[in-house]
Design a protein around this ligand. Sequence first.
Ligand code: RFL
Ligand code: PHB
Length: 389
Amino acid sequence: MKTGVAIIGAGPAGFLLGHLLRAEGIECVVVERAAPEYVLGRIRAGVLEQTTTDLLRRLGLHERLDAEGLVEAGFCLADGERLIRIDTQALTGKTVTVYGQTEVTRDLMDAAPARGLEVIYNAGDVTLHDIESDAPSVTFTHNGVAQRIEARFIAGCDGFHGPSRRAIPARAGREVERVYPFGWLGILADVPPCHDELIYANHERGFALASLRSKARSRYYIDVPMTEDVANWPDDRLWDELAVRLGPEAAAGMTRGPAIEKSIAQLRSYVFEPMRHGSLFLAGDAAHIVPPTGAKGLNLAASDVTYLSDALIGWFKRHDNDAIAGYSARALARVWKCERFSWSLTRLMHRFPGDGPFERAMQVAELDYIANSVAAQTAIAENYVGLPL
Ligand code: RFL
Ligand code: PHB
């Protein structure tokens, strides 16, 4: 099979890129290791920046988003005693939208056939070839049959563990990484949320986040050591811990219910740069990871592919080599700012092992500064709603 762009991975990055290219009539094929049900079953992000909802709107994929998404005018930081509200709408004129990654993926998946976006699921042994040439290819097995896609470019949208980044020789790039000494234990439950806006709490017992998927579905997290086992956290224990860490106001509004999903995710900051090698471009988690504290992961995948589609459209339509040459630097400028924001919010809201009285005093002072400074609140708000593209 021959195509213009072979896209590896049908997560948000791969699907969005595929739709953006198809909207301009550019030939592309998405190759995905998992089955569609598995792709849809992943419970991940919940908060979309305006840059991401604008992109879905541009693609005409906003019908369910408008009907079911919850527009959030602000969010709260809890410091153990009080709720500090960051009024993103008043401070920046922008909002974020609660609309689960599962829903975004479903909308992208459902729209694919009518828009001529071919997705090959259940692809085994996906391997990249000749990425330093102008004629790269991707091989895989499908229903036991060996397949090859010859393309002009490959887009590596295959997440943190996919083969694309690994196909780049170590000498051709650099990795920058910080692994945090804790993970987030998340619970999803069909109960009304405790508060209509998100609450990020820094309590002496540790971090907690109250989030939501809808008016009837809640998502909560606490931080735990990575050695922790989910089996040690029966629902009652987790609800008790959330009530303490989130504080009395949130606890009073909290409805408990059985977990429909419960898992622990490691927190990590990671960047591979540059995000291009020869005919291979990386986008989304394939190139970078942020800790979830700023809700940036999915949104960064969306901004990467906005830049990448611009670059590829420029090349296919106008043979514009500068556009593809500039992709990595353009994407990384935004990636690093989101890495900074996610890291700094993680640092502010978690008790790190080894922190002493000084580190704690710095957190207290910073939270107090944020509570009393419009400038500090504005800086947080403009990062939270999404830096301009
Ligand atoms: P994905 O979603 O990992 O998709 C990659 C796709 O590639 C496929 N793949 C392969 N395909 C072919 N061959 C192979 N060998 C392959 N290996 C892998 C995979 O099956 C998959 O379908 O990456 P993408 O598209 O870059 O999207 C990134 C986002 O999924 C991620 O950044 C977010 O989920 C991060 N994230 C959050 N982001 C936000 O913007 N807001 C949030 O509120 C938010 N909350 C979260 C999060 C991530 C979390 N976890 C579990 C990591 C909360 C959590 C708990
Ligand atoms: C979520 O709802 O899963 C969520 C929300 C905000 C974050 C991270 C995760 O910062």
